[in-house]
Design a protein around this ligand. Sequence first.
Ligand SMILES: NC(=O)c1ccc[n+]([C@@H]2O[C@H](COP(=O)([O-])OP(=O)(O)OC[C@H]3O[C@@H](n4cnc5c(N)ncnc54)[C@H](O)[C@@H]3O)[C@@H](O)[C@H]2O)c1
Length: 319
Amino acid sequence: MEFKKIGIVGSGAMGSAIAEVMILNGLEVVIKDRTMELAQKGKQNATKYLQEMEKYVRNLPEREIKRVEKFGVSLSDEQKAKIRSSFPEPPDVEKIIQRLKVTDTYEDFRDVDLVIEAVFEEQKVKNDLFEEISNYLRDDAVMASNTSSLNITEMASHYRHPERVLVIHFFNPPYLMPLVEIVPALQTDGKIVDSVYEFFKGKRNNRENLVPIRAKEAPGFVVNRILIPMIGEALKVVEEGIADYETVDTGMKKGAGMPMGPFELADYVGVDIVYHVMESFRKELGDAYLPARTIKQMVDAGWLGMKSGRGFYDHRKKD
Ligand SMILES: NC(=O)c1ccc[n+]([C@@H]2O[C@H](COP(=O)([O-])OP(=O)(O)OC[C@H]3O[C@@H](n4cnc5c(N)ncnc54)[C@H](O)[C@@H]3O)[C@@H](O)[C@H]2O)c1
């Protein structure tokens, strides 16, 4: 099975970044949102991610030259030229972005091979989407959800070919995080899972090769099942007065090798998103997963992390 043209539904944080990764890999992409303006905004963000990558790759040789010279080595012009020529050419942003089309109708999805939906994290919204899109996709297309925690078997039952449905779960932001969790619904044909797995194995994001892993349908799959309770435990440490947010984050970065502490991560992902996943774990896995009191209060107060300016930390710009 070949996936050459990809449809993305939802051009928010995840949809726009997944689209960027796909066009970077030479694929044609059409991205849909509720309005043309929203879809266009997603394309602008995808352009920004490509431009950031272009700048990063363009600066790599000079960074390497500086790194070598820091050790007191004086490089000749010839040696510098050799270093420069050993790095890849920066991507041609103008050319790559032309592979991304925007739309507000599924009419433009009639010829896509694979769809990844990245709309709001609500079961009904996703079920309705699977039902509607059934009327437009080819019989041999594959339909995927980027859901973090919802029921894919239920979504599949709303699609005309439930055996062609699965979860393709990217991590935020997909252009930097290489992991992709691939999770079948109860109805999914194993051959579809294999071909999606193989497809992602050969792809890359702005920094490195993508790393697909397989998991079974379960709350949080692999990574969030571990990560979210860890944030919950970190909250308990603070609520019990053992340490404050900053100390916990420092501890986990310097002692456990995490690039971000649990509270920095929660602010980055969105405190509301973390809370909703905690709630879904409690419903499916039991009261041991009861969210700490503080996080519910924060959601009620609108302290949602970086996106609202305040979360576990204050992200408002200081004068
Ligand atoms: N943000 C994360 O860290 C993260 C990580 C992994 C997975 N996810 C999952 O990805 C999905 C999207 O999350 P996000 O953070 O990008 O959300 P977001 O709110 O940034 O974007 C959602 C987009 O979907 C659009 N949309 C909603 N309903 C639509 C419909 N019926 N048709 C077309 N467009 C529609 C919205 O207008 C919006 O632009 C969710 O399922 C979420 O759980 C999020």
